[in-house]
Each structure stands twice: as structure tokens, then as C-alpha cells.
Design a protein around this ligand. Structure first.
Ligand SMILES: [Fe+2]
Length: 182
């Protein structure tokens, strides 16, 4: 599983702290073991069921979020320096883990991945935290999983969580039908 995971998620290697990196690997591996989806499926299925005929795959979306978050954080560090400390390892680990709960949201129905009962009752920000806590992922990273989506608008986000939240929505909202297309 580790080899397959490294193939779809080369960005996990960007995490410098070996302990944190291992926890991220273990959380993803465990989630894949529990999931109806294989690593290969993730490179093919659409990243959202909310956009009709979505052409962007789960992994294209996921990896774009990590790259956008890291590039944004680097630009912020260039301009704000010590005035806005950003923990890059936390940022990267969080960006990689925010949607790990989606792996257990899906069930197979007529050969198609759809959101099942567990996914409806416990959206992936909740199930993702449960998965990550099994492997002692630090609270700062679990916070990012918990707050990355709409639920997080009700609480205060850390700087790392804010950046990843916006990177996530930047990679999602342009595909929504509400986006003005001329
Ligand atoms: Fe999400």
C-alpha cells in the first residue's frame, strides 16, 4: 500500500518531520484499507458529486489544493516574514489530510461511488478527525481537517487552516455552476 500511496501522493514526502510524515502515511493507508475506493480509483473518480459531469479527478483536486496552499504560504512568508509565522509542516500535513475522511464517506452503488449513510451522518471533516486521531496526528493538523469546509466557518481557524481552506475553495468554486462564465 505504501508504494501505491507514494505514487498518488508524492507531496507527503514534502513533510520534513519524519514522525509527522509517518502519521500522515498511516492515516491515509488505514483510510484506504477501510474504503471501497482504491488508490487507482482516486485518480479516476470526479472530486465532487456536487458538480454535474465534473471532469477533475479526486487526486487532481487534492494535489492542486496542496500546491496552491504551499505556494500561497511561501508568497505570504516572502512579504510578511516574522510578522505572520506559518508552520509549513503543519500546513502541508493538514492540506494532505483534509479530505481523508471522504474515503469512508463513499459506498458503491450500481458500480458508482456515492455518499453512503455514514458519510451523510458524519461528513468527512468529522470522520477525517477520527481517522487522524487514531494515529496521534497533532491537534493543530486535526483542527485543519475539522475546519477546512463550511462547518469551520462557525469557529476560529488557525493561519494554516485559513490558507488551506481558501486553497480548497479556490480549487472547487470555479467549477460550480454559480461561477460566471462568459
Ligand atoms: Fe473537504
Amino acid at each position: 500500500m505504501r508504494k501505491e500511496l507514494q505514487k498518488i501522493w508524492p507531496e507527503i514526502e514534502w513533510i520534513e518531520d519524519p514522525e509527522l510524515k509517518e502519521k500522515v502515511y498511516q492515516t491515509w493507508e488505514y483510510a484506504l484499507e477501510q474504503s471501497v475506493l482504491s488508490p487507482d480509483d482516486l485518480t479516476r473518480i470526479p472530486f465532487t458529486l456536487l458538480v454535474k459531469d465534473c471532469q477533475v479527478t479526486f487526486m487532481e483536486h487534492k494535489r492542486a489544493v496542496v500546491h496552491i496552499a504551499v505556494d500561497s504560504a511561501r508568497a505570504m512568508q516572502r512579504f510578511f516574514g516574522d510578522k505572520l509565522p506559518i508552520d509549513m509542516d503543519t500546513l502541508i500535513a493538514g492540506a494532505i489530510l483534509i479530505d481523508v475522511g471522504k474515503l469512508i464517506e463513499y459506498v458503491m452503488q450500481d458500480g458508482q461511488a456515492v455518499v453512503g449513510k455514514t458519510g451523510k451522518l458524519l461528513r468527512h471533516p468529522f470522520s477525517g478527525v477520527a481517522l487522524a486521531m487514531r494515529f496521534d496526528v497533532p491537534d493543530e493538523v486535526c483542527h485543519m481537517i475539522a475546519t477546512h469546509a463550511g462547518e469551520g466557518n462557525l469557529v476560529k481557524r488557525t493561519v494554516e487552516s485559513l490558507i488551506v481552506h481558501h486553497a480548497d475553495f479556490m480549487s472547487y468554486e470555479p467549477f460550480k455552476p454559480e461561477t460566471l462564465k462568459i
